[in-house]
Design a protein around this ligand. Structure first.
Ligand SMILES: Cc1ncc(COP(=O)(O)O)c(C=O)c1O
Length: 445
């Protein structure tokens, strides 16, 4: 018998032996999302913007409903929510807008951590190349923690962007508190150089926009924690919907309205224009101006379905849904940590990094010398033969893997770690999935 959550996901009915431990790469889809998309395509689908007929109006209405629902979900304004293709695309949209707006200049500094996913790194390398800005890195040492005091010291008047993840896709550690501290530091110290006297003053400082823009990657965090962009006070936040029950190829870029006013769109096309003349054109206001061409209507409806599904989980409260999901995941996380502890003692298998139960999600990357003996590929394959889906590689975080040295935590081998294996869970996983995974791991060791 499947749990109430698991039985909503047809992939498990169609693959009864599946042990899916790769939810951080993409989450499986509940029946409601699949039905919502199929309903839309069979009943309400047409292109939007100036279709003067009911079908087009219904389609446009659903597209806007999706945007409004996302805005409520993250506590943003409707017109601050830009639909993109995914997290990677969101950063590219931001970067091209910054380039076209001439916001970043020669010798300006873009600060980011060594733990960032390539989605949050590569477009910034391009930004630096295009503008002659400098990339500076906050090193993440062998405990996976973000040292807020070091970050504060690294921020100076040339720092224009601080780009950080809210939760690492390698360590599973959440940096929500650390980022809140950085945002407070920015508004209090850098801009106003005074201590706010009340909570409401902190709030009004947080709504203003000033350098450095604090940009956060919420791709992993938002799956497990409610992200309230206003409370967090960050300038830009982005995430990708396929990690949140919806389909692939739809993402969100949310930036503060005040920031929008100073940015020129990096991409242009129909749907975004106000007036076109032979020489030049004028553009609409956000969000249309940042979404040229036919938008991804189908997957926008899929994210609408994803949020309806989440409401259903929490009996119409999103906060209750997150609490319920956390309650389900908690024993699974504890069990994994306990098992990894045992394995470390017995077999020298190492978790990257945190063994803390708090401030983490159910995502664990580990390394062992068997990975080298067997090769990463056959290590993963061994699990695959038992229908256990795990991920092996550099987890789109080459710089982080490059920086980890064996010497710091194991005497067995010297040199750098280039790759790791990762398991990641969600509330449809059951204890038996993990028991089978650890059994197989022990067998290999
Ligand atoms: C932390 C983080 N950021 C960004 C991404 C990129 O997401 P997408 O491939 O949907 O652009 C991922 C995907 O694994 C991720 O884990």
């Amino acid at each position: 018998m499947y749990s109430d959550i698991k039985k909503e996901f047809p992939i498990f009915h169609n693959n009864p032996w599946l042990i899916y431990l790769d939810s951080a790469a993409t989450l499986q889809k509940p029946q409601h999302v699949i039905d919502r998309v199929s309903d839309f395509l069979s009943k309400d689908y047409a292109n939007i913007h100036r279709g003067w007929y009911s079908l087009s109006e219904r389609s446009e209405e659903l597209y806007w409903q999706a945007r409004k629902k996302v805005a409520q979900f993250i506590n943003a304004e409707d017109d601050e929510v830009i639909f993109t293709s995914n997290s990677t695309d969101s950063v590219n949209v931001l970067v091209w807008s910054l380039i076209r707006s001439n916001t970043i200049k020669e010798w300006d500094v873009i600060l980011l951590s060594t733990l960032e996913h390539h989605a949050n790194l590569l477009p910034r390398q391009m930004l630096a190349e295009q503008t002659w800005a400098i990339l500076e890195r906050i090193d993440i040492w062998d405990d996976g923690k973000l040292d807020v005091e070091r970050c504060k010291k690294m921020i100076h008047e040339k720092t224009k962007i601080v780009a950080l993840t809210l939760c690492s896709n390698v360590t599973g550690m959440l940096w929500l508190d650390e980022i809140k501290k950085l945002v407070d530091h920015k508004h209090v110290k850098i801009k106003h150089k005074k201590i706010p006297s009340s909570e409401s003053e902190v709030w009004s400082l947080k709504s203003e926009v000033s350098f450095p823009y604090i940009v956060v990657d919420a791709s992993q965090a938002i799956v497990h924690k409610r992200v309230d962009v206003k409370k967090l006070g960050v300038d830009v936040c982005f995430f990708t919907w396929h990690k949140l029950w919806a389909h692939t190829w739809i993402g969100v870029l949310r930036w503060k309205k005040e920031l929008l006013k100073s940015l020129t769109p990096g991409r242009v096309g129909w749907g975004a224009i106000e007036k076109v003349t032979r020489e030049s054109s004028t553009y609409l206001w956000s969000p249309d101006t940042f979404e040229p061409g036919t938008p991804n209507l189908v997957w926008a409806v899929s994210l609408l379905g994803a949020l309806e599904y989440l409401e259903w989980v929490g009996s119409w409260s999103i906060d209750a849904a997150y609490s319920k999901l956390e309650e389900i995941e908690w024993p699974l996380i504890s069990y994994c940590l306990k098992e990894f502890w045992e394995l470390e003692k017995q077999w020298k298998i190492y978790l990257l990094w945190s063994k803390d139960e708090s401030n983490r999600i159910g995502l664990f990357s580990f390394v062992t010398k068997e990975i080298w003996w067997l090769s990463l590929w056959s290590f993963g394959q061994t699990f695959a033969t038992k229908d256990i889906c795990i991920r092996c590689g550099a987890q789109c975080a080459h710089i982080f893997h490059e920086g980890i040295s064996w010497e710091s935590w194991a005497s067995t081998k010297t040199g750098n770690i280039w790759q790791s294996c990762r398991i990641s869970l969600w509330a449809y996983n059951e204890m038996s999935d993990l028991e089978k995974f650890f059994e197989e791991l022990k067998e290999i060791l």
